[in-house]
Structure formats: C-alpha cells, structure tokens
Write a protein that binds this ligand. Sequence first.
Ligand code: GUN
Length: 292
Amino acid sequence: MAHLIDGRAVAEKVYAELRGEIAALKASGRTPGLAVVLVGDNPASRAYVRSKDKMCRELGLHSVKLELPAATTQDELLARVDELNRDAAIHGILVQSPPPKQIDEAAIVRALDPRKDVDGFHPLNVAKLAMGDDSGFVPCTPLGCLRLLREAAVDLCGANAVVLGRSMIVGKPMALLLMNKGVDATVTVAHSRTRDLPQVTQRADVIIAAIGQPHFVKAEHVREGAVVIDVGINRVDDVTSERGYRLVGDVDFEAVSKKASAITPVPGGVGPMTIAMLMSNTVKACRAAARS
Ligand code: GUN
C-alpha cells in the first residue's frame, strides 16, 4: 500500500507560514486583499468560491466575493475587472473558470492587472514561468502539486515526470514548473491524442493526472513504486450519498495505490493545496505591492 500524501496536513503547514507573514504585513498597515468573481451559478464553482472566501476570513485577509448573474455581458465583466484593478485594497483577483459561454475568457484574463493575477493566467505571468522568472505568479494547482512532491521528499532531479493533460490551468504550467532549473525533471506531456499511453506512463517516476475523467489512470498505467499525484475532482452519481454524488479523482485509487509508492487521495490531496497556494499568491501580491 502506497504512502498517502496528506494535502490537508501540508496545506495547514502553508497556512502556519502565511499567518506569520500576514501578521507582519498587518503590523506595517497592510492587509492582503483577494477578490473572487463568479459569473453564473455552476454548483462546483459556487462551492470553490465559498471555500476561498471562507479561508480568506480564517486567515484575516480582506475578501471580496462578487457573484454576478449568468447573463452578465463581456463589457459588464470587463468593467468590474477594471474597478478591481484600480482598487488599492485588492491585491489579488480571481475570475472563476469556466465562465458562461458569452464571456471571452482569454480577453478577461488579458484585462487583469498582471500584478494582481494570482491565478497566474495572464500572458505576462505565463511568460515569466516559461522563462524561469520567479517574480510572476504560478497557477495555484500545479504550484500545490509541486509543494506536495517537495513535502513528500520526492527526488525530482532527472526523474521522469509524465503530466497527463495539457490545460492552461494545470497541464502546461505543471510541465513548465517541473522542467525549470532547480526542479530539473525530465518532462513528458501526454494528452487525449497520445499513442500507447500505458507505455508512456509506465516509464514515469512521477505521474501527474489532470485530465478530468474519473478513474482514468489504472494499474496498467503505473510502474511499481511510482509517485502519483491526482488533480482530478470529478462528481460521480452516488445514490448512497446524501448529496447524490461523490468526488473521485482521475486515478483509480483502489488499484493504483497497491502499486504506487506514494499517492494523493481525493478528496484531501491536491484540492486543499490549490486554495492554500491561492492564499500564498495573494500574500505574495501584497508583499510586492508594498515594495513598489
Ligand atoms: N477553475 C478551476 N480551477 C480554477 C483555478 O485555479 N482558478 C480559476 N480562476 N478557476 C478555476
């Protein structure tokens, strides 16, 4: 049975570090502020936004939650982003993805002040990550995955890391992070068109699963002793559950945990780390604003 990488415990460690930094910022008259914008009423998005707001409050951050109707236009959303860009009490802005279909998400991301882009989605921050410039923001989920690997003392230098998925939120930034100097993994990015996937993933020392399909990664994909990070949070119907669904990862945990040397559970693995890294990026944005 694999070692369980406990995301809740590592997130608590991050919060303990952040509390000290937040106290120091407050002592100098600055309170980190985060604005989270939700357009529409996607139930999973609502749940994420609620937990982000709750965590801000627990840490004593200034938190603004903007819930806009599903029919919000591009211009209305751009106007709200512009207000937040100019609001000195706000250091981080997150527009929850995915927005409704009338919204051009890429244009919204470009409209964000890159210094407040705590999601790390703005082209300037993507470029900084690609260039190995650590003054920018790295997307929270891959940053959380890397922290989990560090805390689990996984040796990444020269290791074969296979990233499953090529999204701008997880797959691509994860690959860039892992290949950057100082991490030094040998990175393969696999996706829905990859040929003979099991043969690719069998070579991996570390697998990062971010494809958004429940239980996609099976025992046949995993080499004995590999480390498996499961980014998936999929709702599957479950009549025995009060809510009518349960959360499962992209990895068939039952089977894969018998082969892996270490694995993250769902829930309680990557999920708590994403919010912890968002708080960390918000504190970083506040610190940078204080210097300028
Ligand atoms: N939707 C799912 N994950 C994320 C995230 O990290 N940031 C934003 N803005 N939306 C998301």
